[in-house]
Design a protein around this ligand. Structure first.
Ligand code: FAD
Length: 468
């Protein structure tokens, strides 16, 4: 097809990967067009992912803390909850960020075309707009940043408004009496926490034998113990095999060790993972290979099998996280501009922003065992941290794993309030090749939770042998 417009770099999708790539390419002097189907740019992360969930989780943590404060001698009245105002706060945060992005795009003369884009040849994308018209955009290079979508299960009536995905759950349409969360991963547990603190009775059902598959079990255990006490039920090694929508509720059939055969819930949140959008963009018309799962395979420079077409973010593989997309986006833009960039991180950190937070970076202990790597371990319980006890919390743990030979940090796991912030130090240590002495001899401010990584390193080194 003949192009209506031409650009040097076309970016398909405006999530954290897409906008980062678009802005970097424009900063490097390229003429950029970014295509986004929705009016608001920022992708899943800003509109229906990382940011709105964190806005709600903040309110949830405040609610939980005020309820615990009677242990400290301070008693609050039962909070008045206005979900309309909560929603407005969350939407305000989103609007500030997406509005900021639009201004940043304008300042760089990145043109944003609204509509659904599909490849129409190896050098064109045709965009279908809301009014039914189409526009074909020609490009020298393209960066596919079309992200992912929620996975649906065939035996669940997804059309019933009582069945929610994460996007629906973030809307806070109603606080149900009893809610089932299918999937004990990060997204399911974060939303479970929000609804629990707002008064819903939560049941979590997870196929695996523990929550947050992928995290070190020592690190996920304190969260598991807490929610086992707090929620109505946490069913592990269990699954939902059927859901029937009846007027009186959603009748769920379970299979597993400790769960009932059936139970009825007011609402269900399905959080069983996300699927890449690779098969929804006519990639074949550009000759771009998409695998059976819908992922687009790329090399370290984010190149697909087609030399001038790149892909980044959720659509290229796990972990589906915003910070991975951002770094990949920078690499793709820089490679197009002729810079010698490559995506070669030592690790990509993960965080569950639950309460306590669960964060990890590098190898888990199980991975080191499976790979036959000799390691030394330091695990510092927060019950011995003055700062943690001052917060009224003692369930945290900081675990650091070092190479037995080089003493370099290979992995770390942290559970406790603010673990997500604390893991950044471990990440820097992994990237810099820091060893246990580097971390142990670094003077951490006292009393902080950050000290716990220093102590864990000293425990591995043997310079701390007993806890105060
Ligand atoms: P996306 O953000 O998915 O953006 C893709 C964009 O492309 C979308 O705006 C989409 O509309 C658009 N698009 C797709 N196809 C087309 C097309 N054909 N034409 C035009 N436009 C198109 N990650 C974290 O790191 N931290 C978190 O705390 C976190 N929390 C999350 C919470 C939830 C509830 C969810 C669902 C996800 C969360 N994530 C989190 C994951 C994170 O949102 C994603 O990893 C990230 O958004 C991926 O970025 P991306 O650029 O690859 O694509």
């Amino acid at each position: 097809p003949v192009a209506d417009k031409q650009c040097e770099v076309l970016v398909l999708g405006s999530g954290p990967g897409g906008y980062t790539a678009a802005f970097r390419a424009a900063d490097l002097g390229k003429k950029v067009i970014m295509i986004e189907r929705y009016a608001s740019i920022g992708g899943v992360c800003l509109n229906v992912g990382c940011i709105p969930s964190k806005a709600l989780l903040h309110m949830s943590v405040v609610l939980n803390e005020t309820r615990e404060m009677h242990h400290h001698g301070i008693t609050f009245a039962e909070p008045q909850i206005d979900t309309n105002k909560m929603r407005a706060f969350k939407d305000g945060v989103i609007n500030k960020l997406t509005g900021g992005l639009s201004a940043l795009a304008k300042a760089r003369q990145v043109e944003v075309v609204q509509g659904y884009g599909k490849f129409s040849s190896s050098h064109t994308v045709t965009v279908e707009k809301a009014d039914g018209t189409t526009e074909t955009i020609g490009f020298e290079n393209a960066i596919i940043a079309a992200g992912s979508r929620v996975v649906k299960l065939p035996f669940i009536p997804h059309d019933d408004p009582r069945v929610m995905d994460s996007t629906d759950a973030l809307e806070l349409a109603e606080i149900p009496k009893r809610m089932l969360v299918i999937g004990g991963g990060i997204i399911g547990l974060e939303m479970a926490q929000v609804y629990d603190s707002l008064g819903a009775k939560i049941t979590v059902v997870e196929l695996g034998d523990t929550i947050i598959p992928g995290a070190d079990k020592d690190i996920s255990k304190p969260l598991l113990k807490k929610i086992q006490k707090q929620y109505e039920n946490v069913f592990l090694s269990s699954k939902v095999t059927n859901v029937e929508a009846k007027p009186e509720g959603l009748v769920v059939t379970f299979e597993g060790k400790k769960c009932p055969a059936t139970d009825t819930f007011d609402r269900i949140l399905v959080a069983v993972g996300r699927a890449p959008n690779g098969k929804l963009i006519d990639a074949d018309k550009a000759g771009v290979a998409v695998n059976d799962w819908g992922f687009i395979e790329v090399d370290q420079r984010q190149k697909t099998n087609v030399d001038h077409i790149y892909a980044i973010g959720d659509i290229v593989g796990q972990p589906m996280l915003a910070h991975k997309a951002v770094h990949e986006g920078k690499v793709a833009a820089e490679v197009i501009a002729g810079l010698p960039s490559a995506f070669t991180p030592m690790s990509i950190p993960s965080v569950a922003y639950t309460d306590p937070e669960v964060a990890w970076a590098g190898k888990t202990e199980q991975q080191l065992k499976d790979e036959g790597i000799e390691y030394e371990k330091g695990a510092f319980p927060w019950a011995a941290s003055g700062r943690s006890l001052s917060l009224g919390r003692d369930e945290g743990l900081t675990k650091a794993l070092f190479c037995a030979e080089t003493h370099r940090l290979l992995g770390a796991g942290i559970v406790g309030p603010n673990a997500g912030e604390l893991i950044a130090e471990a990440m820097l240590a992994i990237e810099m090749g820091a060893d246990m002495q580097d971390i142990g001899l670094t003077i951490h401010p006292h009393p902080t939770l950050s000290e716990t990584l220093g102590f864990a390193a000293e425990m591995a080194e043997g310079t701390i042998t007993d806890l105060l």
